[in-house]
Design a protein. Structure first.
Length: 63
């Protein structure tokens, strides 16, 4: 994902700029985002609730 820092918001959202600059298109700093496995219910539109983002135990795969 692209993370635009607060000091760059105005430049990123400026409608007069066709290309806000490649210096904005850089990876975020390490440790800014966390990732973890979630349950299969995340893909079900009928399920909604905070339990969807609760970390799940990693399961062994067949391969």
């Amino acid at each position: 994902p692209l993370l635009v820092l607060p000091q760059d918001w105005s430049r990123w959202l400026d409608p007069t700029l066709a290309d806000p600059g490649e210096d904005l298109l850089v990876p975020g700093a390490a440790g800014v985002l966390d990732a973890w496995a979630v349950g299969r219910a995340v893909g079900n539109v009928r399920v909604n609730g905070p339990e969807l983002i609760a970390p799940q135990a990693e399961t062994e795969t067949l391969f």
